[in-house]
Design a protein around this ligand. Structure first.
Ligand code: ATP
Ligand code: MG
Length: 685
């Protein structure tokens, strides 16, 4: 069958074709009545299926035209419409000569059945009589009425459509607003390049991130302006990525520092993907995001980790150095003790006297070194007291001026209200001296040395970036010079013992480790900044304390009284020290017994009935410690006096038990004088 489909919506033809099938049917397509009449004039048509409402000529008029044309009037005409506005539509259609009136949607079976029925009735007498009635006046009236009605409906439909479109536009504007706001919040710019015509599109945020006025430049100039912001290395990479995405459609991501047109330095991430058609890139779409905040947090984290690693490294070196220094102290006690002993017995003119003196002074130098090592490892016995940094500098200033010399300008800038803190005055003076000496050595050609002090109250951000430090209020000491400065590599090692850049024999490399040890022992922190050729600045923070001033007790001057054959028991596991101490004490007029451990000493006292007047004991020994021995003896024989000696600090010793603060303490290595003084102190308790 040859079917003419008349519909202004071409999709409806496809629908009809799929409903009826194209095997037995040939379809002709017209968009309105006029086109349909043209086709009817040229083609043999078996059936017309038509919509009603169409531009130029509607379905009713088409039907009327067909029926009034003697050549066409017998062709079956079916109205097939989706806009059914009432039964009168059908009545009118039939009056105009339509064979059937079918409303969409319609099942295919039903459609086929109705078409068959129409074709069968094509030549029946009833039908031919019916279709003569189209001229009736009532029909024309009905036609007008239906058409107006239909137009009204169409208007309504269009109004609804306009309303929907307005709603869609509002929704679109809203979504665009949200998109802009979120892009601005996320500092996320978007861009697109049309590869066919070279058009470049940037979102508002994209312009903002580049500090470029929207619309001020376009096209290739935008790309060039963007590329300008990258450092050379990133730019080359980006150009390479761009070529690959253009040729192969390979997506890319790049993170880089970026300088905007207003010279803002930001860290960005840019990614792009390709839109392809037939294996060719037609568009490239990308994002450009400012991720400076994340990057800076990452950098800060890395710096903190670096600080922590540095502190851990120095701690473990300190532990090692402290251990070595302790053993050295025992050996030095023996060397110094015996040289002193020999010097005391030798005649003033004895030729060997000079050699022994050399041994003694070498021993003294070694003792100084081990003391510095102990300071670094925070194992030095200290006497902390409440102190004021300005006073310490004041006391030193004369000496500092002399030390610095004429070539260097010396600026003192001492702040008011610098809080007091707990530290060993001698040690803090040592810190200032070491730093000033270093500064002087870095300014061989002259310069300016500034010592500044001030009080500082840390805020939360400071505390979070300085986990090594405790407290909120600090006394700050800043010593800076305009000397040679240091490179990064040097700065990483300056606090390590024996690190020096000086020529062999000119520096021990213990100056800064000593400073570090002292500052850390006082609970403080040290911070260094330096640029090669531009000087160095050492900033020391010391945590303020509220404790009241500790009145330093005046040292008691040894009176050189000698013993009166009282019995002294020396408990020491190192036989060299035990022998030496025994000899010295004997010479002082005491009787001496030696025990190599606390357990042996107890056996001598408890089982053998030994009743020494004084027990001198090392602290750290195999078996019972000196502290435990002191506690037992004090409990059982309160009349016996006790003296502790060790190469370790009191804090290390505290790990071996609670030390009775009344028991005097002797630090190794010791001189005869010191030993004698401590024995007297012990006997007085
Ligand atoms: N103010 C400074 N300017 C430049 N470099 C410095 C400064 N202070 C320290 N340094 C560097 O740190 C290194 C270590 O200093 P430190 O005080 O620990 O040892 P030293 O001065 O070399 O030797 P010592 O102090 O034992 O005489 C120095 O050799 C030097 O390279
Ligand atoms: Mg030094």
């Amino acid at each position: 069958m040859r079917i003419l489909n008349v519909d202004d919506n071409s999709d409806n033809l496809l629908l009809l074709q799929s409903l009826l099938g194209t095997n037995d049917n040939t379809f002709f397509d017209a968009k309105n009545g006029r086109e349909a009449l043209k086709i009817l004039a040229e083609q043999e048509i078996d059936l017309v299926i038509s919509d009603i409402l169409m531009p130029i000529m509607d379905g009713f008029t088409l039907c009327k035209e067909i029926r009034s044309n003697p050549k066409l009037h017998n062709i079956p005409f079916i109205v097939f419409t989706a806009t059914y506005t009432g039964q009168k539509d059908e009545v009118l259609a039939r009056k105009m000569g339509a064979d059937d009136f079918i409303v969409k949607p319609c099942e295919p079976d039903e459609l086929v059945r109705r078409i068959d029925k129409t074709i069968k009735h094509q030549n029946s007498r009833n039908r031919l009589e019916d279709i003569q009635t189209y001229n009736d006046e009532t029909v024309l009236k009905l036609y007008n009425e239906r058409l107006v009605r239909k137009l009204e409906d169409k208007m309504l439909e269009m109004e609804n459509e306009v309303l929907e479109r307005k709603k869609a536009i509002v929704a679109l504007q809203r979504s665009e607003g949200i998109l802009k706001a979120t892009q601005s919040l996320g500092k996320l710019g978007g861009w697109e390049i049309d590869m066919q015509n070279g058009e470049v599109y940037w979102t508002e945020e994209m312009y903002r991130l580049h500090d470029i006025e929207p619309g001020s430049i376009s096209g290739d100039d935008l790309i060039a302006a963007s590329l300008e912001g990258y450092p050379e290395e990133s730019r080359l990479k980006l150009q390479e990525y761009f070529q690959t995405i253009r040729e192969k459609g390979t997506a890319y991501t790049l993170e880089s520092w970026f300088t905007t047109q207003k010279n803002r330095k930001i860290y960005i991430r840019t990614s792009a993907i390709a839109k392809m058609e037939n294996g060719k890139t037609t568009h490239i779409l990308g994002i450009f995001q400012d991720i400076s905040e994340q990057k800076n947090a990452e950098i800060k984290h890395q710096e903190l980790m670096q600080q922590l690693r540095q502190a851990q490294k120095l701690d473990s070196i300190g532990q090692l150095a402290g251990g070595v220094a302790h053993d050295f102290n025992n050996i030095l006690t023996v060397i110094l003790g015996y040289s002193e002993e020999i010097l005391n017995t030798l005649h003033q003119r004895d030729p060997i006297r000079q050699d022994i003196q050399e041994i003694a002074s070498a021993g003294q130098r070694a003792a100084t070194l081990t003391r510095q090592l102990l300071t670094f490892s925070r194992k030095q016995v200290i006497k902390p007291q409440l102190m004021n940094i300005n006073e310490a500098i004041g006391n030193l200033s004369k000496m500092l001026k002399r030390l610095i010399g004429e070539d260097i300008d010396f600026v003192l800038d001492l702040g008011t209200n610098v809080p007091e803190f707990m530290a060993d005055v001698g040690q803090i003076e040592q810190v200032i001296m070491n730093l000033v000496i270093n500064a002087r050595e870095a300014m061989q050609m002259g310069g300016t040395l500034t010592i500044k002090t001030f009080g500082y109250t840390a805020d939360d951000s400071f505390c979070s970036t300085h986990p090594m430090i405790s407290g909120k209020h600090f006394a700050v000491l800043r010593i800076c010079d305009t000397g040679s400065g240091m490179d990064k590599e040097t700065m990483e090692h300056i606090f390590e013992p024996f690190f020096t850049t000086k020529a062999k024999g000119h520096g021990t490399g213990l100056g800064l480790p000593t400073v570090y040890g002292i500052v850390r022992q006082a609970g403080g922190n040290i911070h260094v900044e330096s640029t090669p050729g531009k000087g160095a600045s050492f900033v020391i923070l010391l945590p303020a304390t509220e404790q009241s001033l500790e009145t330093p007790t005046a040292p008691t001057v040894p009176t050189h009284t000698t013993g009166n054959k009282e019995l002294v028991l020396v408990v020491e596991d190192d036989p060299a020290i035990s022998d030496l101490s025994g000899k010295i004490i004997q010479k002082m007029g005491f009787r001496v017994k030696l025990a190599s451990s606390a357990d042996q000493a107890l056996v001598m006292i408890e089982d053998e009935g030994l009743r020494p007047k004084l027990v001198i004991s090392d602290v750290v020994m195999p078996g019972l410690s000196g502290i435990e021995l002191a506690a037992i003896i004090k409990f059982k024989h309160p009349e016996m006096k006790f003296l502790l000696m060790s190469g370790y600090t009191e804090t290390v010793i505290a790990k071996h038990g609670d030390v009775d603060p009344k028991i005097p303490f002797l630090h190794k290595p010791f001189t005869h004088q010191e030993l004698l003084h401590k024995i007297e102190q012990a006997l007085e308790t």
